[in-house]
Write a protein that binds this ligand. Structure first.
Ligand code: PRP
Length: 252
């Protein structure tokens, strides 16, 4: 008599989530998509950083937002959620199949309201920012030559104490700029969080990740400010859409 084959255990997919506001919004989004990551929420309180979610063959890593792309690119996580600011700054080899529409804010150039820069004066300008690469590309596109000073936080004080003429930073409510008497000069980009997928994971587990993307996309479509594809995606034989590598040409 033939013995029934035991099904091979399912690969546990690893999802990297950033701590902070994006995590809260991501947990709500995943729950609506039928993937309850409530255990990750509870574990966070207990300071656990690797959280198994056996009912969905998943485990969640809670990491710093700026570290999500590294985990995903190197395959330590199969996929993750990361802000556009972090993804654009690091420009890693990742697929970005879905804009989740959460963690919305803007990246702006700002300067002291009472000491605006005279761009025509061609003085040597200094920009302080946590995002030197984005700033460099922005200035290059405008043909502006300036020095970029990399900081790690509290950017708003840089022009107030003579470290920089302008800053490039994230703005949400605008309260921090107001408190420091800074005015917005221009918006560089709108920011929201995206799903990012590693190359190996897309190849090996594309169908499972695609299924999850479809569920998330359906939830997003029901929201007032829905999320969107970052890119047009090629179809697989199964009809599911695999993630595609982000390319410079696909950026808005
Ligand atoms: C972010 C950003 C601004 C602030 C903007 O800082 O860098 O400072 O939030 O928010 P608002 O427009 O609602 O005032 P974060 O809290 O990440 O701290 P940081 O100073 O370490 O960057």
């Amino acid at each position: 008599m033939k013995r029934a084959k035991t099904p091979a255990p399912k690969h546990i997919l690893t999802l990297a989530l950033p701590r902070g506001r994006i995590l809260d919004e991501a947990l709500v989004l995943f729950a609506k998509a039928g993937v309850d990551l409530g255990a990750a929420d509870k574990a966070r309180a207990g300071r656990r950083l690797i959280i198994p979610i056996p009912e969905h063959d998943l485990r969640v890593l809670i990491v710093r937002d700026a570290d999500v792309p590294a985990y995903v690119e190197h395959g330590a996580a199969d996929f993750g959620v990361s802000g556009r600011d972090v993804l654009e700054e690091q420009d890693r080899d990742l697929y970005e199949p879905l804009d989740l529409g959460i963690g919305r804010c803007r990246m702006v150039v700002a300067e002291p309201a009472d000491r605006p820069v005279d761009e025509a004066a061609h003085v040597h300008l200094r920009y302080a920012t946590k995002f030197p690469e984005i700033t460099r590309r922005h200035l290059q596109a405008r043909g502006t030559v300036a020095e970029i000073i990399k900081l790690y936080g509290s950017i708003e004080i840089a022009p107030l104490v003579g470290l920089a003429d302008r800053i490039v930073d994230l703005v949400s409510s605008g309260e921090t700029l107001r408190q420091h008497n800074l005015r917005e000069v221009e918006t560089i980009m709108e920011i929201s969080a995206r799903l990012c997928v590693g190359r190996a994971a897309a190849k090996l587990h594309g169908d499972r990740i695609d299924a999850l993307i479809s569920q998330l996309r359906a939830v997003c479509a029901r929201r007032p400010r829905s999320c969107s594809h970052r890119t047009a995606l090629p179809m697989t034989s199964s009809g599911a859409q695999p993630p595609r590598r982000r390319t410079r040409s696909s950026r808005p």
